[in-house]
Write a protein that binds this ligand. Structure first.
Ligand code: NAP
Length: 298
């Protein structure tokens, strides 16, 4: 489609279904994943396999990156065997990972010297949104590069918003994470509050979820918690990472966000307690400990 060759680096919870949607939309696709076995499914569906980000970049006009943290994006893009070694003038790099705005700006400047346009394009909508191709995509970088990759972004997302120059997509995503974390902690607090004070927390959720407290979290997470399901979804370690990105930015600009500072500590506590691989809604664990009250156990 469009004669554009697409490459996808990082085939985890988000990257694999996004790559699959690009393949289904008819793009010629090359994939790379550090753990080779995760690429097998896409290769069996018709994707080509690259053995390094550099090899993938050499075979692609547009390179999507979907790895964990700032250091990981820097490694696969600028490190040994990275995208930069296979980059060619006119190539576009689309980074869907959630990383520090400052890291996105640094990558943008470095790749520009190679004639590569970079877009920071973090996403929201979770694994479900990635599978259904309905992600919200927040884009920073050059607007003309966005227009060239728009057909690809439309294969993976349903809302694409240009925010501004390099790093601005990441600022929007960090802002989003302030709200998401606040919802997770508020949900956890209200569930334990209601139960310990003597009400049926399932009935409380039924009563309040279409009132003024209505939100994505109350629509999607309580039933999982009532069923004892704390599997990700969105890992608490990634939520902690995103909140630490917010707090780094808070420090950089001399801001004060007291609520987010507390929520950051709660998610750091999840990681310190070995719960980083659990869903972000599992932050209720921290509220359970503080109150010696456990959901569904009284
Ligand atoms: P994940 O399931 O843990 O997958 C991470 C991917 O990154 C894997 O393919 C992993 O390779 C690769 N990776 C990590 N470090 C690497 C390195 N140093 N070198 C090469 N490859 C590396 O994570 P995810 O949930 O897909 O999240 C990916 C990004 O999307 C994160 O920035 C996250 O914050 C963001 N995000 C996630 C969600 C969500 O609901 N999960 C929602 C919105 C945004 P291996 O397979 O070899 O480990």
């Amino acid at each position: 489609m469009n004669g554009m060759r697409v490459g996808c680096i990082g085939l985890g919870t988000m990257g694999a279904p996004m790559a699959e949607n690009l393949l289904k939309a008819g793009f010629d696709l090359t994939v790379y994943n550090r753990t080779l076995s995760k690429a097998e499914r896409l290769v069996s569906q018709g994707a080509f396999l690259a053995h390094s980000p550099a090899e993938l970049a050499g075979k692609s006009d547009v390179v999507f990156v979907n790895v964990s943290d700032s250091a990981d994006v820097i490694r696969v893009v600028l490190g040994e065997g990275g995208v930069i070694e296979g980059a060619h003038s006119g190539m576009i790099l689309v980074d869907n990972s959630t990383i520090k705005p400052a890291a996105s700006r640094m990558i943008y400047e470095t790749m520009r010297e190679k004639g590569v346009s970079c877009l920071d394009a973090p996403v929201s909508g979770g694994e479900i949104g990635a599978i259904n191709g309905t992600l919200t995509i927040m884009v920073g970088g050059d607007e003309d590069a966005l227009e060239r990759v728009r057909p690809m972004l439309e294969a993976i997302g349903s809302k694409i918003t240009y925010i501004g120059g390099p790093g601005c997509g990441q600022i929007a995503k960090a802002a989003n994470q302030i709200m998401v974390a606040a919802q997770m902690v508020a949900e956890a607090e209200l569930l334990i509050f209601a139960q310990k004070a003597g009400a049926d927390s399932q009935r409380v959720i039924e009563a309040i979820k279409s009132g003024a407290a209505q939100c994505w979290t109350l629509d999607n997470k309580p039933q999982r918690l009532f069923a004892g399901n704390r599997a990700p979804g969105f890992k608490s370690s990634l939520q902690a990472k995103d909140l630490n990105i917010v707090m780094d930015t808070v420090k950089e600009f001399g801001m004060s966000l007291p609520g987010t500072a507390i929520n950051t500590q709660l998610f750091n506590g999840m990681v310190a307690n070995g719960k980083g691989d659990q869903d972000n809604s599992a932050v209720i664990h921290m509220i359970e400990l503080l109150n010696n009250e456990y959901l569904g156990e009284s």
